[in-house]
Ligand binder design. Structure first.
Ligand SMILES: Cc1ncc(COP(=O)(O)O)c(C=O)c1O
Length: 472
C-alpha cells in the first residue's frame, strides 16, 4: 500500500488501539536496542562513574539512552553513527540548529579572547537591549538556566511583596528548585480534586512539607481557581508563576482572555505575574507568548534557545520589580552570569539568526507539519489533534487536552510509540513523548519535516494493520 492511501477499516475501539500499541511498542523497543548498541554500551560504561549512566535523570530514557556524537545543521549523529533529523533540539534549545555559522563565528572569536572574567562584557548590553525590544520589558539580568530564571522570579515576587506564598499551575514544570517542585506530575491518588488540586511534592522528601504548603496549586485555564486562591490565602500570595502556553504536558494554549484576567486579578490583590517563557520565549514568536497573546507579565523568565546551545538564562521585568535588584534589596547573583561566551552566542542568536526571515521559515515548516499531521489523523482515523506555534508543535493523541487531568487521562503508549517510530526511522523527537514537543530550527528543510510525516504515517498504518513496508 502506498503512503497516503486512505485506510478503509473503521476506527477500532480505544482498548483495541492500546492492545495493538503495546505490541508495536514491544517490537519497536527491540529494534531500538538493536540499532543503538554503541549507545547502550556507553551507558553501561558510564554507569561505573555516572549515577544511572547519564548526566541528567531525563536522559535515562526507556528502553535505553541514545548517546550523541555530533550535530550539523538539522542533523544529529549518535554514537552508532546513525544520522537523525533532530526535532529534539536538546529539549527545545535548538532554534539555531547545530553548528550554525553565525554561532560558530561568535563563540570561536570570543573563545580566543578569554571565556570568563566574572565582570560584565559589552555583549550583555546588546543582548539585554534585544530582549527589551522583543518582550516589552525594560530591565534584564542574566543567569545560566531555566531553573535559575524561575528561582529568581519567585524570589523577586516574595521580596517585592513580603508575602511567602506563590500560585502555580498543576502539571507545569518550572525547573528543579524547591518552590516549583510541587505538583509537577502528581499521581491521580495524590492530586486531590480537579478543581482544587492538592500541593504535592514532586521530588518526595527533597522538598519539605513546610515549603510545599507555600505553593498553592490551581488548574490551568481556570480564572475562578486563581480568584479563590487569592481569597483563601488573602494577603499571603506574592504572585503567580505560569507557563503562558503549557509545554511539559504536550501543548496547551491559554483560553481566550485567561492571561489578561489572571494578570488583573493578581494586581487587584497586590500580587505580581511571572511568565515562564523558558520554552516558549523566542520559539513561538520573536517576542514569545507575551507577544503572541498580547499580555505582558511583570516578570519574564527565559533560557533554552537564548544561548544558541550554550547554558544561558535571563530574567526581565518591570522597573518596580527589577529595581529591587539595583537597589540591593534582592541580590541576583551568579559566578557565570553574563559569561562572555554565552553572551556572544546569545547576541548572535538574537541579532543574526532569529531574524524576521527565520520566523517566516518556521511558519512554512509549521504549516507543512500541521497540514500533514491532520491529513494522517483523518485518513487513518487517529484520535487527537496537532497543535503548533512558531518553531514548536506536538501531535496530541487525545481529543481533549485542556489541563493536567486531561493529560493524565490518556494513555502514555501513544507518545511512547510515536517517539520510538520516529527514532527508529531517522527522526529524533524529544523523549518522554507524551510530555514534549518538536522543535524545528532555521536549518531544517521541508524534506526534514516530510520525513517526520512519513514516520507518523508508518505508525498509523501499523496501528490500523496496513503495512507500508518499513515498520519499526
Ligand atoms: C517551562 C520550563 N521552565 C523551566 C525549565 C528549567 O530549565 P532548565 O532545565 O534550564 O533548568 C524547563 C526545562 O525543561 C521548562 O521546560
Amino acid at each position: 500500500m502506498e503512503i497516503g492511501t486512505p485506510i478503509p477499516s473503521p476506527r477500532p475501539a480505544p482498548h483495541d488501539d492500546l492492545d495493538r500499541l503495546d505490541r508495536l511498542i514491544l517490537a519497536a523497543e527491540t529494534a531500538f536496542m538493536a540499532h543503538t548498541g554503541a549507545s547502550q554500551r556507553l551507558r553501561a560504561t558510564g554507569a561505573e562513574v555516572l549515577s544511572g549512566g547519564v548526566a541528567s535523570s531525563w536522559q535515562a530514557t526507556i528502553p535505553g539512552t541514545v548517546w550523541a556524537d555530533h550535530g550539523a545543521g538539522s542533523r544529529l549523529v549518535d554514537a552508532d553513527g546513525t544520522e537523525y533529523v533532530d526535532l529534539h533540539g536538546g529539549f527545545g534549545v535548538g532554534l539555531v540548529g547545530h553548528a550554525h555559522p553565525a554561532i560558530v563565528e561568535a563563540v570561536s572569536s570570543r573563545v580566543r579572547r578569554g571565556t570568563h572574567f566574572g565582570q560584565p562584557v559589552q555583549d550583555g548590553i546588546r543582548v539585554a537591549r534585544a530582549l527589551a525590544e522583543r518582550f516589552g520589558l525594560p530591565l534584564w539580568r542574566f543567569n545560566n538556566s531555566g531553573t535559575e530564571s524561575t528561582m529568581d522570579a519567585v524570589h523577586l515576587l516574595r521580596v517585592a511583596t513580603g508575602r511567602p506564598k506563590i500560585i502555580k499551575v498543576e502539571g507545569t514544570y518550572h525547573g528543579h528548585h524547591d518552590s516549583v517542585q510541587v505538583s509537577v506530575y502528581p499521581t491521580p491518588e495524590q492530586a486531590g480534586p480537579a478543581a482544587r488540586p492538592s500541593s504535592v511534592p514532586a521530588a518526595g522528601a527533597a522538598v519539605p512539607e513546610d515549603l510545599v504548603r507555600l505553593t498553592v496549586v490551581v488548574p490551568f485555564g481556570d480564572v475562578g481557581a486563581v480568584e479563590r486562591a487569592l481569597h483563601e490565602h488573602r494577603g499571603e500570595i506574592a504572585g503567580m508563576i505560569i507557563e503562558p502556553v503549557m509545554m511539559n504536558i504536550g501543548l496547551i494554549a491559554p483560553p481566550d482572555g485567561y492571561l489578561r484576567a489572571v494578570s488583573d486579578l493578581l494586581h487587584a490583590h497586590g500580587a505580581w505575574l511571572a511568565f515562564d517563557e523558558v520554552k516558549t520565549g523566542l520559539a513561538v514568536a520573536p517576542g514569545g507568548a507575551t507577544q503572541l497573546f498580547g499580555v505582558t507579565p511583570d516578570l519574564l523568565c527565559l533560557a533554552k534557545a537564548l544561548g544558541g546551545g550554550l547554558p544561558c538564562g535571563a530574567i526581565g521585568g518591570v522597573p518596580e520589580l527589577m529595581n529591587l535588584i539595583s537597589d540591593g534589596t534582592y541580590e541576583q547573583v551568579g559566578t557565570f552570569n553574563g559569561n562572555p561566551l554565552t553572551m556572544a552566542a546569545a547576541r548572535a542568536v538574537l541579532e543574526d539568526v532569529l531574524t524576521a526571515e527565520a520566523y517566516e521559515h518556521f511558519e512554512t515548516l509549521r504549516s507543512i507539519m500541521v497540514e500533514g499531521v491532520q491529513s494522517i489523523q483523518r485518513r487513518y482515523n487517529l484520535p487527537g489533534q496537532v497543535r503548533a506555534y512558531g518553531a514548536k508543535g506536538a501531535v496530541i493523541f487525545t481529543d481533549q487536552l485542556d489541563n493536567y487531568r486531561d493529560f493524565v487521562a490518556y494513555a502514555d503508549q501513544w507518545g511512547h510509540a510515536h517517539w520510538l517510530y520516529q527514532l527508529n526511522n531517522g527522526v529524533f523527537l524529544p523523549p518522554w513523548g507524551k510530555c514534549e514537543q518538536w522543535t524545528v530550527s532555521v536549518q531544517h528543510t521541508a524534506q526534514d519535516v516530510l520525513r517526520f510525516l512519513t514516520n507518523l504515517e508508518l505508525l498509523a498504518a501499523d496501528l490500523r494493520g496496513a503495512t507500508l513496508g518499513v515498520a519499526s
